[in-house]
Design a protein around this ligand. Structure first.
Ligand SMILES: Cc1cc2nc3c(=O)[nH]c(=O)nc-3n(C[C@H](O)[C@H](O)[C@H](O)COP(=O)(O)OP(=O)(O)OC[C@H]3O[C@@H](n4cnc5c(N)ncnc54)[C@H](O)[C@@H]3O)c2cc1C
Length: 411
């Protein structure tokens, strides 16, 4: 085998790419990550927050990131689902309370900017990981023994495995020849953070409305993040409101459950769409994060799926390296592809069905959603099962996502 610069090269330094690079490096692989540094356009600040489920927090702890960003995150202990469709078939309110399954939070909500800053801080100091700043990777050439990546500045880097974390328009995906299925929804999500007078008590509130969910998720202090899914014209109207008028609308839509809304931060809109690859890896290139799957911001699944990609790819690549000295071997890539399919497919389908059951005028769809919520409200064992599976699926949890022993994980 030819000598390569690295065992693994990650292309794209977004949250999924940085996490993948750290997971590969702590698994003992010579790793590099290449991409433009995270620098949101000041005219379009990153208003997103990420609700990280328990297994994702365990991963961040195990790769030495959680202790760097824990103060900026708020624990998520209660998830309330409220039927606000106003339709004939109304479902009861369902409250998932972490006290029912031992009291540890379901997860933590953190601003994207704080998460990415902590990932960078750790990547800059972790031995065995090189951070290469570049405008872009411009050419990806997979060969039998290695992949050669050319950067915009002219440098060539070779690695046995390339992790394509270069987002929705992935060049890595194209180089691997991996095809996609894409779809769109007639909705737009408005995302912003806001402050309120009453405490949130670490509860998230998900109001199911006819145009999509309106979801508040706790942030530190008396603050919450909001993802409000609406029809495109209504989202446009909301995005153009003054801060005072938007605050009044948020207070009204949340039925004052957080008290008066005292201020609203910058807002951004995201048209809803979906995409998934038919296969997750080929030609020494494995895809992670939104290069592999895009799902609407409903139910906090997108980056949690990306984190599972990262931890599982690290496990497969480490096994390939140990068995044959080749982190990008055919066996490693096949194992990765097999491990990711069911998880990504089932989460994509669940989010799609929930969204369609809200916006569809088809009554049987609405009845099915109502029955599901009735069962969850009235059957505590079912509720507990859903909570456990929702926060950390028991099948095939990779080593790096198993509960961390570090005290940083305790709240
Ligand atoms: C409103 C909203 C709320 C959300 N809330 C949640 C939540 O609560 N929980 C959750 O799990 N998920 C959530 N998500 C989803 C989550 O934000 C995304 O899954 C995540 O940001 C995707 O990260 P990524 O690293 O895969 O992609 P990106 O952030 O798009 O990163 C891709 C990176 O690749 C780089 N790149 C592109 N091309 C090249 C190239 N040729 N060479 C080098 N680099 C390149 C880009 O510059 C970028 O840095 C939410 C999304 C939205 C819109």
């Amino acid at each position: 085998m030819t000598r390569t610069d690295y065992d693994a090269l990650v292309v794209g330094a977004g949250p999924a790419g940085l996490t993948t690079a750290l997971a590969l490096a702590v698994s003992g692989l010579r790793t590099a990550i290449a991409g433009p540094p995270f620098a949101p356009d000041p005219s379009r600040p990153d208003t997103r927050t990420t609700a990280l489920l328990r297994a994702s927090v365990a991963l961040l702890t195990n790769i030495g990131v959680w202790e760097l960003c824990r103060p900026e995150a708020a624990a998520l202990n209660i998830i309330r689902i409220i039927d606000d469709t106003g339709r004939l078939v109304r479902a009861p309110e369902v409250a998932f309370d972490s006290e029912e399954i031992g009291g540890q939070p379901f997860g933590f909500n953190i601003p994207n900017t704080a998460l990415v800053a902590a990932l960078y801080a750790r990547a800059d100091t972790l031995p065995g990981l090189d951070v290469i700043e570049t405008k872009a990777a411009t050419k990806i050439e997979p060969e039998d023994d290695a992949v050669t990546v050319t950067l915009a500045e002219g440098r060539n880097i070779s690695a046995k495995l390339v992790a394509g974390a270069d987002g929705r328009k992935s060049l890595c995906r194209e180089a691997a020849g991996l095809s996609t299925t894409s779809w769109s929804y007639p909705q737009v999500a408005l995302a912003c953070n806001f402050e309120h007078a009453d405490p949130h008590n670490n509860a998230s509130n998900e109001f199911h409305r006819p145009a999509g969910p309106f979801t508040t998720v706790p942030l530190p202090g008396n603050a919450s993040s909001l993802v409000w899914v609406e029809t495109a014209p209504e989202a446009e109207r909301l995005a153009a409101l003054s801060s005072e008028d938007l605050a009044a609308e948020i207070e009204e839509r949340s039925y004052g459950c957080l008290g008066p809304v005292t201020s609203v931060g910058p807002r951004a809109t995201f048209p809803l769409s979906g995409m998934r690859v038919r296969s997750f890896a080929a030609r020494r290139i494995a895809l992670v994060g939104e290069a592999a799957h895009v799902i609407p911001p409903i139910g906090a699944q997108g980056l949690n799926l990306g984190f599972r990609d990262a931890a599982i790819l690290a496990e497969c690549a480490q096994a390939g390296n140990k068995d044959t000295g080749d982190a990008g071997s055919g066996a490693a890539l096949r194992d990765y592809d097999r491990a990711r399919r069911a998880d990504v497919d089932s989460r994509t389908l669940a989010v799609d069905l929930l969204n369609r059951s809200l916006i569809s005028g088809f009554v049987p769809f609405q009845v099915a959603r109502g029955i599901g919520l009735h069962l969850l409200a009235n059957l505590p064992p079912l509720r507990r099962l859903v909570m456990r599976e929702g926060i950390s699926p028991q099948f095939g949890l990779p080593r790096l996502m198993k509960q961390a022993v570090s005290p940083a994980y305790e709240i």
